[in-house]
Design a protein around this ligand. Structure first.
Ligand SMILES: CC(C)(COP(=O)(O)OP(=O)(O)OC[C@H]1O[C@@H](n2cnc3c(N)ncnc32)[C@H](O)[C@@H]1OP(=O)(O)O)[C@@H](O)C(=O)NCCC(=O)NCCS
Length: 442
């Protein structure tokens, strides 16, 4: 398969680069860690090397070195489609090169072979209480697929360490192939009549999700899915879900165990669940005014929110210091496809007003919108109005990045992750200038 060939071709060079760093510069210091960083979520500590993507504070995410506008421009697309195929994106993430149309199609075709969801997984979803959160169902379903892990089977048979990445890639292709169908099954069972269209072989991976949930405005929603799944595919290596995946994968857990663990992190309100909060807030603003609010009315509303100690969802970012280019890409989509949508118009007006209001506080490092400030608005417009499902859509996309990181961690033989914890007493002794009374192993 094309991804195997391409990774096998570039792997010796990557292994040499890493070996050179580790052997020739093993004691080179990358950063220091302060007590405040330890107590504040290891914020900013450079603990990870992740070559799939990098978040530049001023340019936003770069996927294998390419900015979002570059990725949107350069990746191949199907005839008649505005946005690229996810198959091309997966090639870029995995193989570290822009694919040709044929290479992108090869990934898409490989996915088509493995799209079907085993009956036991469908039955498991159907046996759950209907009120189960869709992220719980999504994570459970990924776990239920684990029985077919090729890596787990070959590992038991004594797989050679340098080949660990190969069945990890096989598993990744098989798992990612199923994600649109899995999400559609969960969506239709939880919110519709439970029936589902079989995947359409003429459509790509992203378009098929729109087709399977039978979105009434299928063509435009297919395009939105292409854009959405591309934009959310990765956000470097140390956010909660990516770091969770790395840690679990480092124990040689297979891709199903790794991805389900990542999804459990993504399901947290401070991570992937934030997008539903943004739409809720937007609707609250919308419903607080009898007619479309003026800039002054919005400014007063925002100041009141801030004064009462509330955060404004969709604005600010831990790393970015500019408008998120993923916001901009979806903003442009909305400008073209839904210019008359009142919620979109509200997003525009808030964007005009809010950064200056946030700057007035003097403490917010990034007063500009992040991707969540518009995500939900687009889904809402196309009738996907079940807020708790939005994180599943995010997860479908993010597993593309997570599996690419996992394959490369195996390819570069990254070892099990095992940092060290200290006790409060140890820190107290150190700040008092006393030596550690208990030996700290390194
Ligand atoms: C994303 C976020 C968690 C980043 O947090 P952060 O890295 O601590 O951000 P900052 O360093 O700029 O925060 C400095 C202060 O500004 C506040 N702040 C940041 N963004 C804010 C916002 N959108 N509304 C109100 N206050 C905000 C922080 O709460 C913090 O206040 P404190 O010093 O009283 O604790 C934060 O901006 C936020 O809560 N945004 C809204 C939620 C959201 O959009 N989440 C999705 C993120 S992709």
């Amino acid at each position: 398969m094309i991804l195997h060939d391409r990774i096998a071709e570039i792997l010796p060079d990557w292994r040499n680069r890493v070996n050179r760093l580790v052997t020739e510069h093993r004691d080179f210091k990358v950063c220091d860690v302060t007590i405040s960083q330890i107590y504040q979520g290891i914020r900013g500590v450079q603990i990870q090397v992740a070559d799939i993507s990098y978040v530049d504070p001023y340019e936003g995410i770069r996927l294998r070195g390419y900015t979002i506008p570059e990725v949107l421009e350069k990746l191949p697309r199907l005839p008649g489609c505005e946005f690229p195929m996810a198959g091309g994106l997966y090639f870029l993430l995995m193989a570290d090169a822009l694919p040709t149309f044929e290479e992108a199609m090869e990934v898409e075709n490989e996915w088509k072979k493995h799209m079907e969801i085993p009956r036991h997984v469908v039955n498991m979803i159907h046996s759950m209480p209907r009120e189960t959160h869709p992220m719980t169902l999504f994570s459970q379903a990924i776990m239920a697929l684990q029985v077919d892990s090729i890596f787990a089977r070959q590992y038991l048979d004594g797989l050679t360490k340098t080949d660990y990445w190969k069945p990890t890639l096989d598993d990744s292709i098989r798992l990612t192939a199923k994600l649109p169908s899995l999400a559609a099954i969960i969506y239709n069972w939880k919110y519709r009549n439970g029936e589902i269209n079989a995947p359409n072989p003429d459509l790509d991976w992203s378009g098929n999700f729109a087709y399977m949930i039978e979105n009434p405005n299928n063509h435009e929603y297919e395009e939105l899915c292409r854009l959405f799944f591309l934009l959310h595919s990765d956000h470097e290596g140390a956010n909660v879900s990516a770091h969770t995946a790395h840690l679990v994968n480092s124990a040689l857990s297979d891709i199903y165990l790794t991805s389900a663990a990542a999804m459990n992190g993504l399901a947290g309100p401070l991570h992937g669940l934030a997008n539903q909060e943004c739409l809720r807030w937007l609707l609250k603003v919308y419903n607080s005014f009898e007619s479309f609010p003026s800039k002054d009315e919005l400014a007063d509303f925002a100041r009141r929110e801030l004064k009462s100690g509330r955060v404004i969802p969709g604005y600010g970012h831990a790393v970015l210091r500019t408008t998120d280019p993923r916001f901009t890409a979806q903003f442009e989509f909305a400008r073209k496809y839904l210019p008359d949508d009142e919620l979109y118009q509200l997003v525009c007006r808030i964007y005009e007003v809010l950064p200056d209001i946030l700057k007035e506080t003097g403490k917010i490092k990034n007063p500009y919108p992040n991707v969540d400030a518009i995500n939900g608005t687009l889904q809402y417009h196309y009738g996907v109005r079940e807020f708790d499902f939005y994180t599943v859509l995010f997860g479908v996309s993010r597993i593309l990045g997570i599996t690419a990181h996992a394959v490369w961690a195996r390819a570069l033989n990254k070892p099990i992750e095992r940092p060290k914890s200290l006790t409060t007493a140890m820190l107290e002794e150190r700040v008092a200038g006393k030596p550690d009374t208990i030996e700290v192993a390194m």
